[in-house]
Design a protein around this ligand. Structure first.
Ligand SMILES: [Zn+2]
Length: 215
């Protein structure tokens, strides 16, 4: 199974819209969560989180224990942005059901061909933290995550939120592949409330029509 069986190192994060209440979003894959460090065509000024090497270091160290976050270089940052741009292109195309851009595929393949974060068993005798993880290894792991995800286009697991006004993209990792919303609390509940209101309005109309009928 190799890297395909590895656990995700992300599990969602708080989103902070420019105007609105912060809400929790689980993108459903490491590579998509990474793509969401930028705007990803949401058209809202959420703020670029990778504007400096330190910003990249923060994002990484919040998710990966042994990463060399203090030594992130300008070169690391430009590598990360290059990969992120390719991931963004792939996720947008997949969500829209259009062919994956060949340039973006080439970029992801390049990163995936370099050494990733190796799997390791806990419980050994060597000190934890002995093997530091370089930024390049994380980028490779993210690229391999994307290779795995985009290798099964027929499953259509990369989709856009069901709310017509929401443009959030997610990767559905559920066994049943029936996730509908970017987040239940964000769009799912809104849809439930709307459906409830529509049913109530329908009932009111029917009652009025019944009253209008001659008895
Ligand atoms: Zn949504």
């Amino acid at each position: 199974m190799g890297y395909m069986s590895r656990a995700r190192f992300t599990s969602g994060e708080m989103m902070h819209p420019g105007n609105g209440v912060p809400w929790f979003f689980d993108a459903g894959s490491d590579s998509l969560e990474f793509a969401y460090t930028g705007d990803l065509a949401r058209g809202v000024a959420e703020g670029e989180r990778l504007s400096t090497p330190a910003g990249l270091g923060r994002w990484l160290s919040e998710r990966i224990d042994r990463v060399d976050a203090g030594e992130v270089s300008d070169r690391d940052l430009s590598d990360a942005l290059n990969l992120r741009s390719a991931l963004t292109g792939l996720y947008l195309a997949a969500a829209q059901g259009t062919p994956l851009p060949a340039d973006d595929i080439d970029t992801v393949n390049l990163y995936a061909a370099t050494p990733d974060i190796p799997p390791a068993l806990g419980g050994g005798q060597r000190q934890a933290g002995a093997g530091r993880i370089r930024v390049g290894q994380v980028l490779s792991t993210l690229a391999r995550d994307a290779v795995e995800i985009f290798s099964h286009p027929q499953e259509r697991r990369v989709r856009t939120c069901d709310d017509a006004t929401c443009r959030m993209i997610f990767h559905d990792e559920s066994r049943t592949n029936n996730r509908r919303w970017c987040s239940m609390e964000h769009c799912g509940n809104r849809a439930k409330v709307r459906a409830h209101r529509e049913r109530a309005a329908m009932r009111r109309h029917q009652e009025r029509d019944n009253e209008a009928l001659p008895s």
